[in-house]
Design a binder for this molecule. Structure first.
Ligand code: A3P
Length: 317
């Protein structure tokens, strides 16, 4: 038995709950980790060697991870691919920018060999809370871009994703029960307020290390934020690029309408062993969709929790 296996056994006594998707989640060091990701998460925490040039995209699931991956991939690799040759035309953003648990041998370069995409800078994504990131990320100059979303929209998005991908023979949790659970803090990578506050505080303390963005702001003015992300990551757009409309071209390529209409995102699965269809990463891409699903009573209860958890932070949704 290797060390990681041993530690997984040690953790058998961890609090365990059913998530809204029907899978098991365990409370590990303050956050709810999907049981099936516990071992890869431990491995990532222990072995990951961050390089100064690495870029980490951090989100809660359904906060806009797919969009952020597409934008950052396009920004940092714009010299390798023109817009009409972008790998996004034929690959889902998740196939181009891997998650932390897909990492092998503790090095970010290994993530790209399979995808055949440029290994530098190493762009990868995580749903882990700030405090649970591997130490080497804090020691290196690796930059972190965090994208958060209104918790009610994020919840509605997650619930639909779960319903759409429920395994055969299993039933999705009814909406009101799911809402209760998530707003009690029992949800993958949650409690959501802890994860959001962790990155929010880090962005205030270390603004050169962590850029904190909101889905809603990006929806309002994606051109402004693409410019901001590029500057933060050390890939600022030149005058000529701006004059030639490259920022607008990137935002257009990565827009909901554009990505959701690509053949690859309409039908294909990521790969044979992965049961989730690419199309389920693109539902509506709207702000305020929760209004269509939650009763005033449900929304009121949730809003009180949001107020209680974020009230003094200066963070509003
Ligand atoms: P909805 O379910 O509200 O439509 P994630 O990428 O973290 O899994 O989040 C998925 C959510 O982001 C879904 O929200 C999806 O439609 C939305 N989304 C995906 N691509 C997007 C894009 N290019 N622009 C805006 N929203 C996008």
């Amino acid at each position: 038995m290797d060390k990681i296996q041993e530690s997984v056994c040690e953790f058998e006594a961890l609090p365990r709950e059913k998530s809204i998707g029907g899978g098991w989640i365990v409370k590990y060091k303050g956050f709810w980790c999907p049981e099936m990701l516990l071992q890869p998460t431990l491995s990532f925490q222990k072995h990951f060697i961050s390089k100064d040039s690495d870029i980490l995209l951090a989100t809660l699931p359904k906060a806009g991870t797919t969009w952020l991956k597409a934008l950052v991939f396009s920004i940092v690799h714009r010299n390798q691919y023109s817009i009409d040759q972008s790998p996004l035309l034929t690959s889902n953003p998740h196939a181009l920018v891997p998650f932390d648990h897909q990492l092998k041998h503790g090095k970010s370069e290994t993530l790209y060999q399979e995808n055949n995409t440029p290994s530098s800078p190493g762009v990868f994504a995580t749903h882990l809370p700030y405090d649970a990131l591997p130490n080497s990320i804090f020691k290196s100059k690796c930059k972190i871009v965090y994208l958060c979303r209104n918790p009610l929209d994020q919840f509605i998005s997650q619930w639909h994703f779960v319903v759409q991908n429920v395994p055969q023979g299993k039933k999705a949790m009814p909406l009101n029960e799911a809402l209760e659970l998530v707003f009690e803090g029992i949800n993958i990578f949650g409690p959501f307020w802890e994860q959001i506050m962790g990155y929010w505080n880090a962005s205030l303390e270390c603004p050169n290390k962590v850029l904190f963005l909101k889905y809603e702001d990006l929806r309002k003015d994606d051109v402004f934020y693409v410019k901001k992300i590029a500057e933060f990551l050390g890939f600022p757009f030149g005058k000529e690029e701006e004059e030639n409309g490259l920022i607008e071209e990137i935002t257009k390529l990565c827009s909901f309408r554009s990505l959701s209409n690509m053949e690859v995102n309409k039908h294909n699965k990521m790969h044979e062993k992965y049961p989730v269809k690419n199309s389920s990463y693109f539902r509506k891409g709207e702000v305020g969709d929760w209004l269509n699903y939650l009763t005033p009573e449900m929304a009121g209860r949730a809003a009180r929790i949001i107020q209680e958890k974020f009230g003094d932070s200066g963070l509003t949704f």
